[in-house]
Design a protein around this ligand. Structure first.
Ligand code: MN
Length: 292
């Protein structure tokens, strides 16, 4: 087995606001001008590093907006997000939970701080990923997976090193609950100080690890501090991690979708004709109705 070597350890790019509720570092595709396919099937990663929001009666967030052609995956580390969509789904994503929404042929949704969280204020830390869909599934029926703490697969690491929470894919025989359109491994790893993690991921899978909490050492030598993203080369299978503090890691690895990408705003399609169609359909109200 060969080591998957580190291509780069990326510090968080300057943050920007999404609506008034999310202060995010965009690691890809724009933060570092990485190729739009570099982390395929993951198209985008917005990381709201931990910040304190002051108490507010009217929750901060992002108003009604459309998506088509991909999936949004929201992972909550601190704070709570409420959401509503034009297919009648709604819910709250709490700490340790994940929302996996398939926009498919088109959906409207809004994303806000949950009411009680907003009133109290406090630490807020989230990740939102856009997971691309293969062309054949881009016009599929929208759906929604609420991934609760109980449903997440849990694999204890040897020697009390910590735990791997399997969101999608499989780790040491433990499966994750998310149903995906292409092969994806997605884990939250909680390591104790000094704890070790060995990963074995296919060579061709695009792979990265976000250091959500703590500092870690990768493949014996390179240090990755909190809030940094470790981008791996596609040159091997194994990764070894040692936690230098108590650490939380988001592991992303997926089989690339080798199809053209045409992306504009909230749409990720294969051609610019399809982008035009997505916008026309939006103006014609084909994504349903959702009140502000
Ligand atoms: Mn959205």
């Amino acid at each position: 087995m060969k080591t998957k070597s580190v291509q780069q350890i990326l510090p968080p790019p300057a943050p920007h606001m999404v609506g008034d509720g999310f202060r995010v570092h965009n690691f890809f595709p724009s933060g570092y001008d990485l190729d739009q396919k570099r982390m395929s099937p993951f198209f985008m990663m917005d990381y709201n590093s931990k910040i304190d929001f002051s108490p507010r009666e009217i929750p901060r967030g992002v108003g009604v907006h459309p998506h088509r052609g991909f999936e949004t995956v929201t992972i909550a580390y601190h704070g709570k997000v409420a959401h509503h969509d034009s297919f009648g789904n709604s819910g709250v994503i709490s700490e340790g939970e994940v929302q996996w929404m398939t926009a498919g042929s088109g959906i409207l949704h809004k994303e806000y701080h949950e009411k009680e969280f907003s009133k109290k204020g406090g630490p807020f830390q989230m990740v939102q990923l856009w997971v691309n869909l293969p062309a054949k599934d881009k016009k599929g029926t929208p759906k929604y997976q609420a991934i609760t703490r109980d449903s997440i697969g849990k694999a204890e690491l040897p020697g009390g090193s910590g735990i791997v929470e399997v969101i999608a894919g499989e780790f040491n025989g433990v499966k994750g609950p998310a149903s995906t359109f292409t092969p994806i491994q997605m884990y939250n790893v909680r390591l104790k100080k000094g704890g070790t993690l060995s990963l074995n991921l296919p060579e061709n899978f695009n792979t990265g690890i976000l250091v959500v909490e703590g500092n870690v050492k990768v493949n014996g030598s390179e240090s990755a501090p909190q809030d940094h993203f470790i981008l791996f080369n596609n040159d091997g299978e194994t990764i070894s991690i040692v936690a230098e503090d108590d650490a939380v890691l988001l592991v992303l690895s997926g089989e690339p979708i080798n199809e053209p990408i045409a992306a504009y705003g909230p749409f990720v399609m294969n051609t610019y004709d399809e982008i035009q169609e997505a916008m026309d359909d939006f103006w014609m109200g084909k994504y349903g109705v959702l009140e502000d």
